[in-house]
Design a protein around this ligand. Sequence first.
Ligand code: GLN
Length: 187
Amino acid sequence: MVGVLALQGNFASHIQILNEIGLDSTLVKNLEDLSNLQGLILPGGESTTMSNLLLRDQSFIDGIKFFSDNKPIFGTCAGLILMSKNSFDKKVLNMNILDVEVNRNAYGRQVHSFDDSINLQCKSVKSQSIKASFIRAPKITSIGKDVEIICKHNNEIVGVKEGMHMAVTCHPELQNETLLHKLCFKG
Ligand code: GLN
């Protein structure tokens, strides 16, 4: 069973992808919902709103951090921002699950959103291109020494992996791409 954080944002399309790859899924809204999960997805949305909602319950935040010690977490866009070490914005909760720094809204406003191919170059699968939507996406500005680069777009890092955790700045799930979900939760 894979959980999808469902406080705000686009969690439904992740549920659909998990369904497509044959994994049971459930919505996660509080600490109790984290029990018995094999993995967790932090979806896209608005990281400031998700931060505000998470900050209402410190035990939920601690639970997610504890969860990340043992089980994989996959973040897309705002999910990556929450997982990062720093996004240089006091309004955002950075859970430091990934040793990366990000700049929010680095491509401009909503009207500058776009779909494009990204290049997947993960150690465990052959290089290939997959489709993704960039919606007020962040940019990854620095990565720690243990962070593997798994996706690039125009030579910029748009996907990372550190240990069992993965995150991308964009939304493959909105383009019906299942590969990253498979990699994260099916190995
Ligand atoms: N711009 C949003 C933020 O900073 C992220 C957008 C997204 O998740 N698609 O939280």
